[in-house]
Design a protein around this ligand. Structure first.
Ligand code: URP
Ligand code: ZN
Ligand code: ZN
Length: 473
């Protein structure tokens, strides 16, 4: 069995910072301690470096069909980009099939993910219910899926009615599963979008103007209270508003098991970014809001009202008519240009899976806004705990998978497309000066990123079965 000794690094976990060695045997961490000896191990000197559990991104959309195209990273390219940013596990969403049981899309997503380059788990979207579907939800647990995502928006497509959400939550709670909710007000959005188009408002900023922030606050509170009535915990995905955060605090303050994720763009960008000539680059749902929302969400990370940082990685080219080079091939995939005359036709989603850790390290820990241990909790440990992957993932303990990022806190770069590895033609953080990057990244003991070198392989990612009855944080 191969052995690797990572010597003299500063280990950062969700609870501690300690100087110690890590011995990896095969795919797992075998020992953690000071002065470890293993004469037959390959030794990696990590002095002056930080050693963290590989990042876990709770929210990505790889190879996702949307409008007349598909998100431009698949399970190979998205995993590779993630790894360069220090992330070793992603959680992807399966669409519910338009008819029949979940099975056809379970099979389809497993087939797509055969090329995965890092480990992955699945969430299931539930966008249509009847008695058969309700009966089938608990069987997802046998498939390793313990989460169901529902939508209070996208009327006529993805949305469930409140009573339907309540029914799904009740089934989920009975079986140790966790409902996840995309919380916006679908009825109001529907009306405002129709009115905007009639009035000839087709520019990207109308994407945000037709999805008012109050609708997110209303939907977060409604979701929290539906969960309370169903006796269920709930996880709000991609929280983007101060008002939504207020409702999370209100619910948690009353002891309700309500958790929330936010994503880096909601901490940095606002509707102003949609107003530029390249505004479509920032189009995703829910949308960028006001600078005051950015500030409030930072507060939610600092005080623990928000438990995870995901990305909602769902990239599209800005100009998909122009091919870009990817691993020696020229590739064009239709993207944001599909909506150049109509904001409702711009594919919704942003790149970010590889940006998450370097951008957040620099902007949060680097600026003293959160501590290194909070950083690890938000980007790895809490995710593993909430989704039933802990302690296999999300920690540096004997027996855990040896998913490890050796981090160089002194490496400085002007970040952007030239450094990030997403398969798309733009980066949201173009020109940002960042400090602190992964130097080496291990996936289950295999070195997959070494500096600027990619050593990972198509198909080396493993499917992870999430355990039901996971922690509520
Ligand atoms: O715009 C986004 N976020 N696209 C992905 C789908 C979703 O609602 O998460
Ligand atoms: Zn969503
Ligand atoms: Zn999403």
């Amino acid at each position: 069995m191969s052995k690797i000794l990572i010597r003299s690094g500063k280990l950062i976990t969700a609870s501690d910072i300690v100087e110690a060695d890590i011995l990896i045997e095969g795919e797992q961490i075998a020992e953690v301690g000071k002065g470890l000896k293993a004469s037959d191990a390959e030794v990696i000197d990590a002095s002056g470096k930080l050693v963290m559990p590989g990042g876990i991104d709770p929210h990505v959309h790889l190879d996702l069909p949307m409008f007349d195209t598909v998100s431009s990273d698949d399970h190979y390219t998205g995993g590779k980009a993630a790894a360069f940013g220090g992330t070793t596990t992603v959680m992807d969403f399966i669409n519910q099939p338009d008819e029949g049981s979940f099975q056809s899309n379970l099979d389809a997503w497993h087939a797509k993910a055969e090329k995965a380059s890092i480990d992955y788990a699945f969430h299931m979207n539930v966008t249509r219910i009847d008695d058969d579907i309700l009966a089938e939800i608990p069987r997802l647990v046998d498939e390793g899926i313990t989460t169901v995502k529902m939508f209070t928006a996208y009327n006529g497509r993805l949305r469930l009615q409140d009573g339907e959400i309540f029914k799904v939550m009740r089934v989920a709670a009975e079986h140790g599963m966790l409902p996840m909710v995309h919380a916006e007000n679908g009825d109001v959005i529907d009306i405002l979008v129709k009115e905007a188009l009639v009035a000839g408002h087709t520019a990207p900023e109308w994407h945000a103007l037709t999805r008012p922030a109050q609708g997110a606050a209303d939907a977060v509170l409604r979701t929290a209270m539906l969960a309370a009535q169903a006796g269920s915990a709930v996880y709000i995905v991609h929280l983007n508003t101060a008002g939504g955060l207020d409702q999370i605090r209100y619910a948690r303050g009353r002891g309700l098991p309500v958790m929330a994720e936010t994503c880096p763009p909601y901490l940095f960008f606002s509707i102003d970014d949609l107003r530029g000539p390249d505004g479509a680059k920032w189009i995703c749902s829910p949308p960028m809001r006001a600078k005051s929302d950015n500030v409030a969400l930072w507060g939610g990370l600092e005080d623990g009202s928000i438990q995870t940082l995901g990305t909602d990685h769902c990239p599209f080219y800005f100009d998909g008519s122009r091919p870009i080079e990817y691993e020696g091939e020229m590739i064009a995939i239709p993207g944001k240009e599909l909506g150049k005359d109509d904001f409702t036709k711009i594919p919704n989603g942003l790149p970010g899976v590889g940006d998450r850790l370097p951008v957040m390290w620099s902007q949060s820990v680097g600026k003293g806004l959160i501590t290194p241990t909070q950083f690890v909790a938000l980007t790895s440990t809490n995710v593993a705990k909430i989704f039933g992957l802990y302690p296999r993932k999300g920690c540096l303990m004997p027996g855990a998978d040896a998913d490890i990022a050796i981090w160089d806190p002194d490496r400085e770069l002007t970040y952007g497309l030239a450094y990030s590895h997403h398969r798309t033609d733009y980066n949201l953080y173009e020109g940002w000066k960042l400090k602190g990057f992964p130097q080496k990244v291990f996936l289950r003991g295999h070195l997959i990123v070494d500096g600027d070198q990619w050593l990972g392989r198509r198909g080396m990612g493993k499917y992870l079965r999430c355990q039901p009855g996971a922690e509520v944080l």
